[in-house]
Design a protein around this ligand. Structure first.
Ligand SMILES: [Zn+2]
Length: 236
């Protein structure tokens, strides 16, 4: 099944872009995050999302962040363009894509853009941990309300920032393979680097139970629209 973004999700970037030659790993200081809004959220939920976006902005502007992305160990780095075949990106290519703030189908503008709509999904008491429901390459991101509320109750905007980075990677075209239970891929590793970057400043804020929930048990990040299974490395 080919998943096409809805017309409203295709974006046109501003024309007065900066030159592309500075979009390398060293340009992290210029990189920022823009919160484009959230639907179906209370004022308190919106405020907490804004705080996590602020944390994420700090992380990606940290001079160590893109270097860590470029040099990290990845189990898997599948990325798929809007049209055409997937390929595995190198750490340097992943860092370059993030440094450009390149959502899938858009051009480099050095802004990571995030739009949200909260989803009322069953919580962990249902027996399955689903953190959200997001379509590959598409905005808005749909975080599960229970997960946002858990982060908000704990005051943990760092893990929420880490989750937002993970989801932005899907917006940029990275996907889990063979399914959402995969680990160690570009979305997971870069999400984790966000938390590691923020940890020295915000260690007291990080709730270890939420960290464990996100990384140590089987969760479904809710990414939808991955290219069909059965594609093997080295096969067309
Ligand atoms: Zn995911």
């Amino acid at each position: 099944m080919v998943v096409e973004p809805r017309a409203s999700q295709r974006k046109t970037k501003a024309v007065n872009r900066e030159p592309q030659d500075g979009c390398g790993v060293k340009s992290s200081m210029d990189l920022r995050v823009e919160f484009l809004g959230v639907d179906r959220a209370s004022r308190a939920e919106t405020a907490f999302i804004a705080r996590a976006i602020e944390r994420l902005g700090e992380a990606v502007a940290d001079p160590r962040f893109l270097d860590a992305v470029a040099s990290a160990d990845y189990v898997e780095t599948r990325w798929t363009p809007l049209h055409g075949r997937w390929r595995a990106l190198t750490g340097a290519e992943i860092a370059e894509r993030i440094a450009g703030g390149v959502e899938r189908g858009s051009e480099a503008d050095r802004v990571l853009e995030l739009r949200f709509e909260l989803a009322d999904l069953p919580g962990p008491e249902s027996g399955k941990i689903v953190l959200g429901s997001t379509a590959l390459g598409c905005q808005p991101i749909h975080p599960a309300r229970w997960f946002l509320e858990r982060c908000r109750a704990a005051g943990d905007a760092v893990n929420l920032a880490s989750h937002f980075m993970h989801e932005w990677m899907h917006v940029s075209g990275f996907y889990h393979w063979p399914d959402n239970t995969a680990r160690g891929d570009a979305s997971y590793v870069v999400g984790r680097i966000v938390r590691d970057t923020l940890e020295p400043r915000y260690a007291a804020e990080i709730d270890p139970q939420i960290t464990a929930l996100m990384h140590d048990v089987e969760t479904d990040c809710g990414c939808r629209g991955n290219p069909p299974g059965g594609i093997k490395v080295g096969q067309p």
